[in-house]
Design a protein around this ligand. Structure first.
Ligand SMILES: Cc1cc2nc3c(=O)[nH]c(=O)nc-3n(C[C@H](O)[C@H](O)[C@H](O)COP(=O)(O)OP(=O)(O)OC[C@H]3O[C@@H](n4cnc5c(N)ncnc54)[C@H](O)[C@@H]3O)c2cc1C
Length: 440
């Protein structure tokens, strides 16, 4: 079913209008490539297909362009490539692939920065820097080891460790949960809905066709053509790109069954805080933050001085479940910074991130059906990576040689063992991680 309006969020309230030229699919048409999903992945793919490869690309989006995670995330552009730890990358993939995985993260950030500059996307990009904060003293040693691995083993110099005193002194952070932090230079905050609309406008200028309110409700083959059926028309194409991430319907194409695990991420935004309140929090910068909890919290100071604070968890998509999540986030803000006790949230919303069994995003062709390609499963860190992977999957279907030097492109999106237990895994993981975050 199509629900075109964006979820009510701080971003939806401040983004301005959609670009002109977005339509609803009406009638039948052919395309070189049909893209399902109108978020960063699908739009970056269309931009590259039309702009670089000169192909006729049609994006089919069920709701509004950017309606999914792309229009409602925290807006942290990070170098993060999946959730496999640094030591595991080195041990399992080998040192070259591990180094390359860091370089891909940096390329992803540069891709976003370049796009913003080249296409004049007014999406309020912030200053460079993300901080991963040790939420208790026992997490400090691990962060210091990560800095060592980045610098000495992986050849990435743009990280530093900031101890508690430096966090306070340099205006990064105060409070009992500021034991130290790993700061990465290649990162920044942006307005996610303005960014996705800017990307849409750029794709339109290159000649791509963008259709919203056009959910693919049936997908069939006729000879060598795919026929993607929407309520008011159909697209026929020899090649299809799946860009539906956490909103992928289980039954749309058999390859994707049992391979993705959507999870909910929730965000609150407070009223603008006063200068005195920000001094108590100790954040004099608009760089972006997350902490070392397994069920991590992420936060940032917005350009209008509000605090955005988000976190994973919550498996019950009911009004009661949602209001519990909101109260939980408000309680954690008060626990981190007691001066903010009683500062209620003015906005609260949720969205779906997408996990995979091997905790990696994947860009590849579907096994058994090479005319279907996909870029999926950013593990909750997809602002930069989905922009990058959208371009990569476009190159792949355009026949360009895509390097197979990390599991991002060399491995297939794996199927979960016992896929019907996926939600139970997630609920179980939340319980275990919640206990570890509190006690371990
Ligand atoms: C609350 C939240 C906070 C986040 N914070 C961050 C962050 O700060 N930094 C970061 O890097 N990442 C963050 N993420 C993750 C990031 O937003 C995603 O990884 C990224 O937006 C994925 O983009 P996408 O285009 O692949 O998918 P999406 O933007 O989710 O788009 C998928 C689209 O597919 C459409 N669709 C599904 N089925 C069909 C169909 N049958 N027909 C047509 N269309 C269909 C959906 O309507 C949807 O719009 C966050 C996510 C959430 C939910």
């Amino acid at each position: 079913m199509s629900t075109a309006a964006h979820v009510p969020s701080y971003w939806a309230a401040t983004a301005g209008p959609d670009p002109d030229g977005i339509r609803t699919l009406d009638g039948d048409r052919r395309a070189d490539v049909a893209v399902i999903g109108g978020g960063y992945t699908g739009l970056a793919a269309a931009y590259r297909l039309a702009g670089t490869h000169g192909l006729d690309a049609v994006v089919l989006e069920a709701n509004a362009i950017g309606w999914g995670a792309s229009g409602r995330n925290g807006g942290f552009a990070l170098i993060t490539l999946g959730k496999v730890g640094l030591e595991d990358r080195i041990r399992r993939w080998g040192i070259e692939a591990a180094r390359r995985s860091i370089a891909i993260g940096v390329e992803a950030i540069e891709t976003v920065r370049e796009l913003i500059a080249r296409e004049h996307i007014a999406c309020d990009p912030g200053p460079d820097g993300s901080l991963l904060v040790a939420h208790r003293p026992s997490a400090v040693a691990d962060l210091q080891e990560r800095v060592r691995l980045y610098r000495e083993v992986l050849g990435y110099p743009h990280v530093e460790f900031l101890d508690h005193a430096r966090l306070e002194h340099d205006g990064y952070l105060r409070g009992a949960e500021a034991s130290g932090a790993l700061r990465t230079r290649n990162a920044f905050g942006l307005h996610p809905l303005k960014y996705v609309r800017g990307l849409a406008a750029a794709a339109l200028r290159c000649g791509a066709t963008l259709c919203e309110r056009s959910p693919v409700v049936e997908w069939r083959r006729e000879g060598s053509e795919h026929v993607l059926v929407t309520p008011r028309g159909a697209v026929r194409a020899r090649t299809v790109i799946m860009a539906t991430n956490g909103y992928t319907a289980e039954g749309l194409h058999p390859f994707f069954r049992g391979r993705l695990l959507p999870a909910t991420s929730n965000i609150i935004v407070t009223r603008p805080l006063t200068a005195a309140e920000w001094r108590d929090v100790g954040m004099l910068t608009t760089q972006v933050y997350s902490d070392t909890r397994k069920l991590l919290f992420y936060w940032r100071r917005l350009p209008d001085d509000r605090l955005l604070f988000g976190g994973r968890a919550g498996v019950l998509d009911t009004p009661a479940g949602r209001s519990r999540c909101r109260r939980r986030l408000e309680a954690h803000v008060a626990a981190k910074w007691p001066a903010l006790r009683g500062v209620a949230s003015e906005y609260f919303w949720s969205g779906k991130v997408c996990l995979s069994y091997d905790l990696m995003p994947h860009v590849n062709r579907a096994d058994g059906d090479p005319s279907v390609a996909y870029a999926l499963a950013y593990q909750g860190s997809g602002v930069a990576m989905s922009t990058y992977c959208g371009g990569l999957v476009a190159d792949l279907v355009a026949g360009k040689d895509v390097p197979r030097d990390t599991p991002l492109t060399s491995a297939t999106l794996p199927r979960f063992p016992l896929p019907f237990l996926r939600s139970a895994y997630l609920a179980g993981a939340y319980v275990v991680y919640g206990v570890k975050d509190r006690w371990a």
